[in-house]
Design a protein around this ligand. Structure first.
Ligand code: FES
Length: 104
């Protein structure tokens, strides 16, 4: 399988530990999340009622939807509790110098 194409999403300085940042890349709304350990990239759109996740609470390895409280695993995108049942999309992340890149 060929290496996915990574594109710049943000600068490392824009995303300190505990921060989130919404970006639109190739027409897709992506939420960058630094959970204190590393940066994850997930869809910014909840799989339940298509609300944005960017104002949701992030703890450890999950982010919670601010509307009805479904939590999603930042690594896998799996829905961890109702009312969401479907996963959200996740994207590979890499750090290149001072830039956060994601494969999309
Ligand atoms: S819109 Fe996210 S849990 Fe309902």
């Amino acid at each position: 399988m060929s290496e996915p194409a990574y594109i710049p999403a943000a600068s490392v300085a824009d995303l300190p530990p505990g921060a989130k940042k919404a970006v639109t890349l190739n027409g897709q709304e992506v939420l960058l999340c630094h959970n204190g350990e590393r940066v994850f990239a997930v869809s910014n759109i909840c799989s339940h009622a298509e609300e944005r996740l960017e104002c949701g609470r992030m703890r450890g390895g999950w982010i919670a939807c601010p509307i009805h409280g479904a939590r999603f695993d930042l690594e896998t995108g799996e829905a961890m509790n109702p009312p969401a049942t479907l996963p959200i999309k996740t994207y590979p992340v890499r750090i290149a110098g001072d830039t956060i890149e994601i494969a999309i």
